[in-house]
Design a protein around this ligand. Sequence first.
Ligand SMILES: Nc1ncnc2c1ncn2[C@@H]1O[C@H](COP(=O)(O)OP(=O)(O)OP(=O)(O)O)[C@@H](O)[C@H]1O
Ligand SMILES: [Mg+2]
Length: 218
Amino acid sequence: MSKARILVGVSGGSASGKTEIARAAARAVAPLSALVVAEDDYYGDHGASPDFDAARFNFDHPASRDHALLAKQLEALKKGKPVKAPVYDFTIHRRRADTRTIPAADVVLVEGIHLFCDDDVRALFDVRVYVDAPDDIRLARRLLRDVNERGRTPQSVIGQYLGTVRPMHHEWTHPNQRHAHIVIRNDAAAARPADHLEAFFDTLAKPLVAAILEKAGK
Ligand SMILES: Nc1ncnc2c1ncn2[C@@H]1O[C@H](COP(=O)(O)OP(=O)(O)OP(=O)(O)O)[C@@H](O)[C@H]1O
Ligand SMILES: [Mg+2]
């Protein structure tokens, strides 16, 4: 097996399909070992600050992330060293006292909306992928997901979308598409992940898997 440790950055707007595509690719690179790391675990410990106000805080700005810690831990993973990753508690906007060990793996896929905004983090990726989905489809997916799975009201999801998600996407996430080696279009015509895993893979994850295997010399 190749000794190359490959770091893959999967970015794109919220609800573009980053998590689904990263997981599908991780399954498909076997026998290489692969795991998926979420940039969301690297939010700063904002709730600890005395003047923190969750209603006003902009969680869609890249400054909300601890990219310095992410870069440090990705460098370690690239060298094949396990890391103690932070665990973020979304209910209180705090980093938890405990950590989660991320073991060494041949391929580490990192997925998040701000991965290509930070020069140091961006430079660490061997493969940069941008998942591109139209805004209306992303809003529809996010609305369904947050109402069905995260106990949110449609009013609050749409308010957040118009207030920060949409403007920050156009200011930060979308312009950084130019750094991607691969752009995957996940529009309404693409296969649905839950219903047709195989078709989802064929339509959306295949180019990413091919790029990883090429880097690995497979
Ligand atoms: N091709 C598709 N067809 C239908 N539904 C899809 C498709 N791709 C993704 N979805 C659904 O859209 C939602 C968002 O996908 P996913 O969680 O992978 O996005 P994400 O980019 O990781 O979002 P976030 O940045 O908010 O974490 C999920 O419910 C997922 O199952
Ligand atoms: Mg996700």
